[in-house]
Design a protein around this ligand. Structure first.
Ligand SMILES: [Zn+2]
Length: 178
């Protein structure tokens, strides 16, 4: 899910919100109670000075079981999720331990690790696109992830099971487009 920036036309206060595209939240400015306006969607991952501070989005929609599951995945990978927030749009797959963010530096580190671009209070220039791998056609990873997420439809799997699903989806998508 993308992060959208909302801005108060009265006091210029900014706030980042994460939600599906095509949605507009009705937010009221905490400072002056003016209705906030959604800014244009940003193409790359964006952070701002209000990053985390102004974020009041619950990634799990109150689903404690889902949160506990993702937290367990993080701990298994050596990431302590305590005091951090999970950013679904950072995740390369559902529950990606790297998507837990407690500090803007976590985003910087993540971008450097994954080659993604990030703009705002933290600026990281994404890596050049990777050269094509072997094989006649390979579907972009984000397309695969999108389809995997669609098929999971809120169900949480990880490890071998998730790997298998991704492989299957990648093969199917490549077949459909070649
Ligand atoms: Zn305001």
């Amino acid at each position: 899910m993308p992060i959208y920036e909302y801005k108060c036309p009265q006091c210029q206060r900014r706030q980042d919100e994460l939600h599906p595209s095509g949605q507009v939240l009705s937010l009221t400015c905490e400072n002056c109670q003016t209705a906030m306006v959604r800014q244009f969607p940003t193409p790359a991952l964006r952070t701002s000075s209000t990053f985390l501070a102004g974020r009041n989005y619950d990634e799990f929609h109150g689903n404690k079981r889902a949160r506990a599951h993702y937290e367990a995945m993080a701990r298994q990978a050596g990431v302590n999720p305590t005091g951090k927030q999970y950013f679904g749009n950072l995740a390369m797959f559902p529950g990606d331990p790297r998507a837990w963010v407690g500090h803007p530096d976590d985003v910087r580190k993540y971008c450097l690790e994954t080659g993604r671009s990030c703009d705002g209070a933290i600026t990281v220039k994404g890596a050049d696109p990777l050269p094509h791998e072997e094989g006649p056609y390979r579907v972009a990873d984000d397309l695969v992830e999108k389809e995997v997420t669609r098929r999971l439809d809120g169900e949480y799997v990880h490890g071998q099971e998730l790997g298998d699903l991704r492989e299957r989806v990648a093969t199917e998508l490549a077949g459909a487009q070649s």
